[in-house]
Design a protein around this ligand. Sequence first.
Ligand SMILES: *[C@@H]1O[C@H](CO)[C@@H](O)[C@H](O)[C@H]1NC(C)=O
Ligand SMILES: *[C@@H]1O[C@H](CO)[C@@H](O)[C@H](O)[C@H]1NC(C)=O
Ligand SMILES: *[C@@H]1O[C@H](CO)[C@@H](O)[C@H](O)[C@H]1NC(C)=O
Ligand SMILES: *[C@@H]1O[C@H](CO)[C@@H](O)[C@H](O)[C@H]1NC(C)=O
Ligand SMILES: *[C@@H]1O[C@H](CO)[C@@H](O)[C@H](O)[C@H]1NC(C)=O
Length: 503
Amino acid sequence: MKGLYKDKWKSTHRLRPSLGHRNNAITVCSLFVLVGVFVSVMFLLVACRLNLYMFSGQQALKFQTKMDQNFPLECLAWNQTLSCPKNYPTTHTNLDRSQANTCPDYFRWIYEDLRHWRATGITRDMVEIAKQSAHFRLIVLDGKLYVEKFRKSIQTRDLFTLWGFQQLLRLYPGRIPDLELMFDCDDRPVYNIKQYFRRPNPGPPPLFKYCSDPLSLDIVLPDWSFWGWAETNQKPWEVTLKDIKEGNKKVKWKDRAPFAYWRGNPSVSNVRADLIKCNVTNSNVDWGTRLFIQDWINESVHGYKNSNIEDQCTYRYKIYIEGWSWSVSEKYIMACDSPTLYITPRYYTFFARGMTPLEHFWPIRNTDMCKSLKFAVEWGNNHTSKAQEIGEASSRFIQEDMKMGYIYDYMLHLLTEYAKLLKFKPTIPPNAVEVCSESMACLADGKWRQFMEESLVRYPTNAIPCSMPPPYDPSTVKAIIDNKTRAIKQVEMWEDEYWKNQN
Ligand SMILES: *[C@@H]1O[C@H](CO)[C@@H](O)[C@H](O)[C@H]1NC(C)=O
Ligand SMILES: *[C@@H]1O[C@H](CO)[C@@H](O)[C@H](O)[C@H]1NC(C)=O
Ligand SMILES: *[C@@H]1O[C@H](CO)[C@@H](O)[C@H](O)[C@H]1NC(C)=O
Ligand SMILES: *[C@@H]1O[C@H](CO)[C@@H](O)[C@H](O)[C@H]1NC(C)=O
Ligand SMILES: *[C@@H]1O[C@H](CO)[C@@H](O)[C@H](O)[C@H]1NC(C)=O
C-alpha cells in the first residue's frame, strides 16, 4: 500500500514542471482523478491528503510555500493608486536549514573591498564625497528601498541595477540592514586609493560600481546584465545560464573549430583594435583566431541573429578582452566549455578574483597578442585533455559558483558588511522616492518589461543565505596573487621558448 502511495507521489511531482509552479494541490488532485482511471475517487482523495502529510518533509513543504506565497506584479493596483503594494512578506521566515552551505571563496574579497574603512568606519561625510560621481543614492530603511536620483545613466543600467536590489529585498525580506550607499553606473573606477589617505582629506569615499582595479577604492557589485540587458537582447542571467548549458551540448569540444573566437566591437579601446589585427584576413599569418565585428545597430534591426550567446560555443577557444573597462561578455565567454584565452586585464569584476590562470583560463599577453594567441591555440590543440579541463573548470565555476542564488547572496553579504561599518543612522532624503517592483516594471514595455517579468522574485526563498567564509589573512592574499603571477610567468616562458625555436 505504501509503495503505491509513493509511486503516486512521484508521478505528481514529475507532472509539476509542465504545470508551472503556480499550480496548487487542487489542480494536482484533479489530475489524479483524470489520469487514474482504474483507481477509485475515494482512494485518490485519501492518497492526496497523505501526499501532503505522510511524505511531507521538504517537498511537501516547498509545495505549500509556493502555493501560499506567490506575489506577481500588481500593476492594476499600482496604476490606480501609484503606491507600492503592502502585502509582500516583510520577514524572512519558514526557513529550511537543511541546505546550509558556505559561500564560494570569491566572497572573501568582500572583506578586502571594505578593508579601507575597517579602522575608521564609514561616516556621512565620506558617503557625501562619493555623491560627486554617483548616479543615485540607494537607501534601505526598515526593509524598504528608496532612491535619490542624481543623473541619468547609460541606457537603462540604473533601472536594472535598482531592479536587482529590489529583487534582493524580495528574496530575503527583512534581512537587508538599514543603509545608504552611492552607486555609479559608469564603466571605470573613480577613486584612486593613494589620493584619499593623505591629510587633510576627509577619508576614503565608498562608491559602488560594476568593476574596479587594484589601484582604486571602488567597491564592486554585480552589473545590471544579471537581470537583463534589454538594449542588446541579453536575457536575465538565470535564463541565460540554462541556454548556455543547452548550447554547450550542440557541439562536443573535440568537434569544435580549432580556433580562437571573438565577436565584439573593436572601436572601444586600443587593445581591441590591436586584437583585430590578429585575424586571418588582416595578416599574412594564420594566428589561429577567428574574429568578428559585432554591429549592434544591424543586430537590433535583424533580431539579434548573430548575438545569441548560446550559439557562440562552436569554437575550441574563446577570447576575453576588456573594452572601455571590463566587458559584460566575461561571464558568457567563460561558460562555453571552451578554454578562455584571457587577455591580461586591468579591471576586475566581483567574481573574476575567484579564478586562477591555467586552472580556469589561459593567460594572454596584451602586448604581442597575436603571437601569444597562436601559441595558446597550438598548445591547446596539442594538449587537448588539459585544454578541455580548463574549459570545463571555468564552466563549472560559472554554472555553480555564480548561479543566481549566489549573486543575491554576494549582494546580501556585501551590503551587510558595509552596513556594519556605517557610523551614522540612514535617513530618507527629501528628494528620495520609494521603489518597488511595480514602480519599475508597470511602466516598462517590450524587452524591458519581459526581462523584469522573467527575473522577478515571486516569493521569498525558504533557503538561508550561504555563510560567509572567514577573511583571508594578508599572507594568503599575497600567496594568491603570487601564485597567479607565477602561472602567468610560466606561460610566458613557454611562449618565449616556442617562438625562439621558430626563428
Ligand atoms: C498601467 O498604466 C500604463 C501606462 O499608463 C499602461 O501602459 C499599462 O498597460 C497599465 N497596466 C495595467 C495592468 O493596467
Ligand atoms: C576574420 O576572419 C574571418 C575568417 O576569414 C572572416 O570571416 C571575418 O570577417 C574576419 N573579421 C574581420 C573583422 O576582418
Ligand atoms: C546585418 O545582419 C544580417 C543578419 O544577421 C546579415 O545578413 C548582414 O550581413 C548584416 N549586415 C552588415 C552590414 O553587417
Ligand atoms: C605542437 O605539436 C607540434 C607537432 O608535434 C609541434 O611542432 C609544435 O611545436 C607544438 N606546439 C606547441 C605550442 O606545443
Ligand atoms: C599557491 O600554489 C601552491 C603550489 O601550487 C599551493 O600549494 C598553494 O596552496 C597556493 N596558495 C594559494 C593561497 O592559493
